[in-house]
Design a protein around this ligand. Structure first.
Ligand SMILES: C[S@@+](CC[C@H](N)C(=O)[O-])C[C@H]1O[C@@H](n2cnc3c(N)ncnc32)[C@H](O)[C@@H]1O
Length: 290
């Protein structure tokens, strides 16, 4: 398989999540007791250093300079998705995580539910994750399957079916931190697949605002723009919050709600007593299959 630089981005959100676990429980924006163990040794060393509050603040500060507010968005989107999944769990038959990266959610979920979970990602990250799971857990829980798929070139429906997922299962789909890395064609193809989801299925996905992708609004994140748009074009696809309802409706989904910066500040940052801002750059949408 050709080298895909997007694969390397699987670690960033988990570093941030692991650093958050160094906060006192009532100050954490996201809870994930496996995040640290799922990191490679070098990143575990970096995260260990942030047990000192000063180093933690320096790391958050460095992230903030690259994209003001993105620390909050990345942490809070994880907590938001965990909560939506918990709420929906009694009414669903399967979970499919698209672009799962090093997400620990399948393994945390397997502790309390035997609902089948399919973690989909590029083959290189599936290999990495299999090795991580062997190291941390010894063996994978029987309910979790890892499915190698490149959304740009592979047949997602066929690969999920091969892994045992059935189209008639009410499924909780998650696409967290992924759509921006795809071409518009791959996003459309993935949503075409989602059109066939069983009624009662749920979908959470995040997206980057289109006006950032096309360079008309920096949202203060000039350095992120240089990194993801000018130097690499790693981020390719964007949407506008105002169009999400009609975008998902095209594929037979009804938008339930969206979480943007105000939502994250109100629901997570304020109650945690943290003095942080949230970004307009990335939004999280939650929808149900009609
Ligand atoms: C920023 S990471 C997010 C990982 C995880 N969802 C999270 O939030 O912690 C983006 C993920 O999308 C995956 N990805 C990017 N392009 C992809 C593609 N064409 N096919 C499959 N996965 C892809 C990457 O490998 C990576 O794991």
């Amino acid at each position: 398989m050709a080298h895909n630089p997007a694969a390397q981005t699987a670690f960033g959100p988990m570093v941030l999540t692991a650093v958050e676990q160094r906060e006192a429980p009532e100050r954490r924006l996201v809870n994930d007791d496996l995040a640290f163990a799922f990191l490679p040794a070098g990143l575990r060393a970096v995260v260990s250093a942030t047990r000192l509050g000063l180093l933690r603040r320096l790391m958050i500060g460095a992230t903030e300079r690259s994209g003001p507010g993105l620390w909050v968005n990345l942490a809070c989107r994880k907590q938001f998705i965990d909560e939506k999944l918990d709420d929906a769990l009694p009414g669903i038959d399967a979970v499919v995580i698209l672009g799962a990266g090093m997400d620990t959610r399948p393994y945390r979920l397997a502790r309390r539910s035997d609902v089948p979970v399919y973690g989909v990602d590029l083959p290189v990250n599936i290999g990495r994750k299999e090795a991580v799971v062997r190291r941390v857990l010894g063996q994978a829980p029987p309910s979790v399957r890892l499915v190698p798929v490149d959304f740009e070139t592979d047949d997602l429906a066929a690969e999920l079916a091969r892994a045992g997922h059935r189209g008639d299962q009410r499924t909780f789909f998650i696409a967290e931190g992924v759509t921006q890395y795809l071409t518009a064609d791959a996003v459309r193809t993935t949503f075409e697949y989602l059109r066939a989801a069983a009624p009662g299925s749920r979908l959470v996905f995040t997206y980057v605002r289109r006006d950032f992708i096309d360079g008309t609004n920096m949202y203060g994140a000039r350095s992120a723009y240089r990194r993801f748009r000018e130097k690499t074009q790693l981020w390719q696809f964007g949407l506008d919050p105002a169009e999400i309802s009609s975008f998902v409706a095209e594929y037979g989904w009804r938008l339930i709600e969206q979480a943007g910066p105000d939502y994250f500040l109100r629901h997570y940052v304020g109650p945690a007593g943290r003095n942080l801002t949230a970004s307009q750059l990335e939004w999280t949408a939650y929808a149900e299959k009609t």
